[in-house]
Ligand binder design. Sequence first.
Ligand code: PMP
Length: 461
Amino acid sequence: MSSITNHLPTAELQALDAAHHMHPFTANGGLAQKGARVITSGNGVMLTDSEGAQILDAMAGLWCVNIGYGREELADVAARQMRELPFYNTFFQTTHTPVIALAAKLAELAPGDLNNVFFAGSGSEANDTNIRMVRHYWAMQGKPQKSVIISRKNAYHGSTVGSGSLGGMSGMHAQGGLPIPDIHHINQPNWWSEGGEMSPEDFGRARAQELEQAILDLGEDRVAAFIAEPVQGAGGVIVAPDSYWPEIQRICDKYEILLIADEVICGFGRTGEWFGSQTLNIRPDVMTIAKGLSSGYAPIGGSIVSDEIASVIAQDEFNHGYTYSGHPVASAVALENLRILEEEDIVGHVRNIAAPYLQEKWQALTEHPLVGEAKMVGLMGSIALTPDKSARVPFKAEAGTVGYICRERCFANNLIMRHVGDRMIVSPPLVIQPDEIDLLIERAWKSLDECHSELRKEGLV
Ligand code: PMP
């Protein structure tokens, strides 16, 4: 297909795209008029579009291309595996070498007794697995009433009916009849927007204690699990105050509530450790993985679960699975990706070089008149745009208007930064080098300046 379309001029590609392709999370009518940017190739942290522009991808695709674009080794492994065994399932008493090796490698990398992997094709599917698995785990122990899963407002856990229900995105719940029953949402630890007069530490503790209150309100015998991203990603890279996670861990332990850490973004080096749970010192019973597992080179996700859960689930048939659970090609690609992450010490590069370098420059963005707080954990960061830093107030325009203007300026300046409301977020490939970070920051400053002049013209600052 690409050989058919590659030679077409951009306008024709855009017209075909507009005519036949429904983009996710997009107002397709508006995009059709404007035309989608056609991305043709990638190398390292840079993308090339059909007009030849060189774009710095400060989002690593969708937070996933951890080892950067253009690694031939993954292509070679995929081709080899496709020739040898393109597909076989693991449902009916069979297995294959890529999935065996990948499961064993993940057990080695994951903390504690998280030694058991149930594979899926994506993060959404893995979280659907988690819903069924933790409920089934309690049912197997004679406690079927323990079925409520507590999550957080503004969390993102995927787009399927189950995972979209776990997530706390009001815009998603407004469409298609979500959430499913027995999902309960508490408030998020977003101090900048919701902390009011409280200190970040008091606020973090108070928000964590909402979990305890919810457990008491719902009844301890009704609650199966709490799910959260170590750092909320799609919600706007919301970094909880330091007081938050120790309190959450205490509450989960006290009431024997399973803790599910959704590591889909935080996993595989993003936070400077293999998993965000290690950076934030939490002890999950289940971790959701996807994205960085294969650096996005192949669709694969999964749930890594504790020995305790796995041993209970193993007592009976768990009536659950996906055709592509442990897909041989995706597994082989993921394994090669993990080899590269490990052998090139990319996690160490994040922790010792890239993250400290970016964090310093990121923090300096708060000197820009539009930037309130700047947050960063490892290589995931956000800045809050505001007309008044000290009052932490939003703009007079509808939330997201200014973020969108800023994102458009970045896009025009060949920098991919995303906006969530009026927060700008970054999550670059983990292999980013200091000179590329300089370029990222240079383009970000320029875009912020241009955004600022536009806001002045429109009377928004
Ligand atoms: N969990 C988190 C924390 C995510 O960020 C995402 C995707 N952005 C998902 C789950 C869903 O993963 P997928 O898109 O692969 O289904």
